[in-house]
Design a protein around this ligand. Structure first.
Ligand SMILES: Nc1nc2c(ncn2[C@@H]2O[C@H](COP(=O)(O)OP(=O)(O)OP(=O)(O)O)[C@@H](O)[C@H]2O)c(=O)[nH]1
Ligand SMILES: [Mg+2]
Length: 467
């Protein structure tokens, strides 16, 4: 790695600006303490600042010594700090004016305003954390669900790094075995050589290809936990879509009337189920001869269906099936959907059997009435079991790679698969070794051992200033 480590001292406001209780200004770098001394007047005079101690006092204008705020200042000498550099944190009163004035003094006294993520970037460049941990800091900040928070926290703890480190060790081992095989292979007779290459293939499969495959499998589910799921309500007009939206949200979000065609545009909101964010879209009812506004709404319904993770197709069990249901079927078929047979409090004119015969023998059908609390809880449990009770969601210990890490793992796996093919043909063992080398490079990139400056810029630009 040959990234330039700048040795200037950086500073930023680390808390959101607003009328909060406290605000924090962070300073990191060799000049941190001397800058702080220029603008801080301690309550009791301090002979020499001790590391990891808190000091009570005032921030003063460096020139005029005018008091700006009463603060607590902490001094932490490197390397036992977030960035591994000397750090000072000023806990002051929050508020736009106060924070900005303190920041101004710090900059006047010789610090530079930090770029977004620069503190974490320094932690990475100084070797305190690897890239997967640095990314976890950003993920932690951006987490929208409890699971993704947990996943990010586990990355931050370095568990993912140990998993990748283990694979890197195994790759080393495999590579040296393959090189030995290349060097001494000619001394072996054909039978021995075969046994040797089968052994290598097995090691490759068991200790590398399979575990990498498992990491990749975690990605998809991880993405859902990280970003949440999109649930779309569809059906012909008047079947109770907006009523269901309202009960799931626990508020009157959409207008409900007994007139078909009430909802004309997509209504979007979100709620949580088992800590996972569910984005819910209520749509315009699909019908045969819509007026022009309605048909625009129906177009939007179709695009919502296209981006859905879960489709709930509502039907009114007090009405027989109609051509309009056929149209809904056209919109959802080929997708993963389930049917809710609503209005079960009314006399039935439609059975589960009717639906299965007409559309899909295997589709899950749940009978509900939006007005019945128990039915709604039943639906929530059903959704939880079907979509959120994945081994990953339950097994909090699973590690979820982010997209960049997934791509590195994918490339590593591809190289291994090419290597396996070559090894099977038995003729180009030198090339196998090259592929293993490629696989190793990509695994290194997961941890940031081999990444370029642009990539780092991309990663750290996701951070906010002060992190
Ligand atoms: N009896 C009974 N009526 C229901 C039930 N669910 C909804 N309704 C009624 O059905 C009518 C239509 O409900 P909405 O929620 O507006 O239906 P929608 O599918 O959103 O209709 P559009 O927006 O026109 O497509 C309203 O009068 C609701 O009160 C139910 O489970 N039982
Ligand atoms: Mg509606």
């Amino acid at each position: 790695m040959d990234f330039e480590l700048t040795d200037d001292t950086i500073s930023a406001i680390a808390t959101p600006i607003g009328q909060g209780g406290i605000g924090i200004v962070k300073i990191s770098g060799t000049e941190a303490l001397s800058i702080a001394k220029r603008i801080f007047r301690p309550r009791k005079s301090v002979h020499a600042y001790e590391t990891h101690k808190l000091y009570h006092g005032w921030i003063v204008e460096p020139e005029t010594q005018e008091v700006v705020d009463e603060v607590l200042l902490s001094y932490m000498a490197g390397p036992r700090t977030y960035t591994r550099e000397d750090m000072v944190e000023i806990n002051c009163h929050s508020g736009f004016m106060v924070l900005n004035r303190i920041m101004e003094f710090v900059l006047q006294s010789g610090a530079r305003l930090a770029e977004p993520g620069e503190f974490t970037r320094r932690a990475f460049l100084n070797g305190r954390i690897d890239l997967s941990q640095a990314e976890a800091v950003a993920d932690l900040i951006h987490s929208r669900s409890q699971q993704s928070l947990l996943a990010a926290a586990r990355h931050l703890s370095g568990d993912f790094r140990s998993q990748i480190d283990e694979l890197r060790d195994k790759l080393w081992q495999l590579q040296s075995e393959i090189e030995a095989f290349i060097d001494f292979g000619n001394d072996l007779d054909e039978g021995e050589a075969n046994i040797e290459s089968v052994k290598l293939l097995l090691t490759m499969e068991e200790s590398l290809i399979r575990p990498l495959g498992q990491i990749l499998a975690c990605y998809e589910t991880g993405r859902l936990l990280r970003e949440g799921l999109t649930l779309v309500l569809v059906g012909k007009p008047n079947v109770g879509k907006s009523s269901l939206l309202n009960v799931l949200l626990g508020k009157d979000r959409a207008i409900v009337t007994s007139m078909p065609g009430t909802t004309r545009d997509i209504i979007e909101d979100s709620f949580r189920l088992s800590g996972v964010l569910i984005r819910i879209l209520d749509t315009a009812g699909i019908r045969m001869k819509p007026d022009s506004i309605e048909s625009m709404g129906i177009q939007r319904t179709l695009s919502a269906v296209a981006e859905a993770d879960i489709i709930l197709w509502l039907m009114d069990q007090s009405q027989p099936l109609s051509e309009e249901d056929d149209q809904v079927f056209q919109a959802v078929s080929g997708k993963s959907y389930m049917i809710l047979l609503n209005k079960c409090d009314l006399p039935p004119r439609l059975s589960v059997e009717d639906i299965r015969t007409r559309y899909d023998r295997a589709v899950p059908v749940l009978r509900i009435s939006v007005f019945n609390r128990g039915d709604i809880e039943g639906l929530q449990n059903f959704l939880r079991d079907r979509f959120l009770a994945t081994p990953l969601a339950e097994n909090r210990s699973a590690l979820i790679p982010n997209m960049r890490q997934k791509e590195c793992c994918e490339r590593s796996l591809e190289a291994l698969q090419r290597g396996r093919k070559l090894l099977q043909t038995g003729s180009y063992n030198e090339l196998v070794s090259l592929e293993i080398e490629t696989a190793r490079k990509h695994l290194n990139a997961v941890l940031g051992l081999e990444v370029d400056q642009d990539l780092l810029d991309g990663i750290f630009s996701r951070f906010c200033i002060g992190k």
